[in-house]
Design a protein. Structure first.
Length: 467
């Protein structure tokens, strides 16, 4: 009976214990600042963030004040009594510290702010989209962006550098380490044609002699003897004599047209982005006075010259800066220097020059024209007094009209070229030449002996393969 009563008392207590919630775990004790923690605070905990990024720091107890040694590197603000918000301002290193209301140190960090990789990542994405097929890497290096890899042309390297510069922050620099796989070469074919047309018209009457008495004769000369000697067929003569006097009249009628063509065809080859120059002409000396009566001599170039800078922008597209010039010596504007009994004349130059920048494809041509020079003059020779008489004065007057017109035309054609891979593909003008023997020269009227077994001449520009 006693056991049954005891069980009746225990069963309700056990049921109540099972229904009760489990006990809460005991709260951990507050972290106390030990001697080891004090050493860590003095040294500072390392922490790294990127410029432009932020981070929340949790403290082990409430902080009353926070400090940043260099606010230009990191900004720190309390987010709550036990948390801090850090913001990376610029690349660098500094220290932040937090203290409580009694002045005891709560936490201390050595913060390193790295350059942001956002610019390099965005530059990499843009380069992959705009320059596909090239192995270009954009990496964040120090205070800027570094470009690594290889490109096909110098123009693509410049384009990649311009893209990367657009993602540089203030004060950052670009480290361009791109390498060009193959240097592109450009051949420039230039045709310089100068057309000079001279028109001369002359009409006059020359009375060689009027009257003769014994050994005495009276002559009137109004004609130009120079043109008479050059072209005697331009005169018409008529005369009359009665034994005592002779009258010979010569009418000069000269019409002369001259057409002169000066043609030069220089060919130059240069790598993309490099300068090439060409000169056909000469140099004339110019004395230059120095100290102590010492005279030095410098030389000035003249003739047909050409300088150009080609840049291959893309496949088959060429940006061309060209500067052709044609100059010649002239006595107009010449300077004469005298020293004692001797003198020298330094000639002047007539110069026609053009400078332009164009863009065109390989094998396309453009022309520079309109460089005109037009001179006209009229010469009149007459007997004083009689030559001014209307109608009658025409019989005692000689008129000469001369006009000289010059035009310069420059035609330029660039080609993207590559060197010939085989030496046999190149032939000199003298290859295969053999002087003719007597049979070839006399019987066959040949200036060259017949050659057998020579390879045929390859078509196209000699020395280069055109792309």
């Amino acid at each position: 009976m006693r056991i049954a009563g005891l069980l009746a008392l225990l069963l309700p207590a056990l049921a109540a214990a099972q229904d009760a919630p489990p006990p809460r775990p005991a709260a951990p004790p507050m972290r106390q600042l030990t001697q080891d923690n004090s050493a860590a605070l003095r040294a500072g905990l390392p922490l790294a963030i990127e410029a432009g990024a932020g981070r929340i720091l949790q403290l082990n107890r409430a902080a009353g004040s926070v400090f940043a040694a260099d606010p230009r590197v990191v900004e720190v603000r309390p987010a709550s009594p036990t948390s801090l918000f850090l913001f990376g301002v610029a690349p660098g290193r500094t220290t932040i510290a937090a203290i409580d209301g009694q002045g005891a140190a709560v936490a201390q960090y050595e913060v390193t702010v790295r350059p942001s990789g956002f610019g390099a990542g965005e530059a990499q994405s843009t380069l992959s989209r705009l320059l596909p097929g090239n192995r270009i890497r954009a990496e964040q290096r120090g205070n800027g962006i570094a470009l690594l890899g290889e490109v096909a042309t110098a123009a693509e390297a410049e384009q990649a550098a311009n893209i990367a510069r657009g993602y540089l922050a203030d004060g950052q620099k670009l480290d361009n380490r791109l390498s060009v796989l193959g240097q592109v070469q450009v051949n420039l074919r230039v045709r310089i044609a100068e057309v000079s047309r001279e028109v001369t018209r002359q009409l006059g009457v020359d009375w060689q002699a009027i009257g003769r008495s014994g050994n005495f004769a009276l002559s009137l000369l109004t004609r130009n003897a120079l043109f008479d000697a050059i072209n005697p067929s331009s005169t018409i003569a008529a005369g009359w004599t009665d034994g005592k006097s002779d009258i010979n009249g010569i009418i000069d009628a000269l019409a002369q047209d001259r057409l002169i063509t000066v043609l030069a065809e220089p060919n130059l080859t240069a790598m993309s982005g490099e300068t090439a120059s060409f000169l056909v002409g000469g140099e004339f000396p110019i004395p230059v006075a120095l100290r102590d009566n010492v005279v030095s001599v410098q030389f000035k170039q003249y003739g047909v010259s050409l300088a150009f800078v080609p840049t291959v922008i893309s496949q088959g597209r060429i940006s061309l800066k060209v500067r052709p010039e044609v100059s010649d010596l002239t006595e107009q504007g010449a300077v004469r220097l005298s020293s004692g009994n001797s003198s020298i004349q330094i000639p002047a130059l007539t110069v026609r020059r053009a400078e332009t920048v164009v863009e065109l494809g390989s094998g396309q041509s453009f022309a520079i024209a309109g460089l005109l020079q037009d001179n006209a003059r009229t010469l009149g020779r007459a007997l004083p007094g009689i030559g001014e008489v209307p109608v009658l004065g025409a019989l005692f007057r000689s008129d000469r009209f001369q006009r000289n017109e010059t035009e310069l035309v420059i035609i330029i054609t660039p080609y993207v070229v590559r060197p010939a891979s085989e030496a046999v593909a190149l032939r000199a003008p003298t290859d295969g030449y053999a002087p003719p023997d007597d049979a070839d020269r006399i019987l066959m009227f040949r200036q060259l002996a017949r050659q057998r077994g020579l390879p045929p001449r390859l078509p196209g520009e000699a020395g280069f393969g055109l792309n």
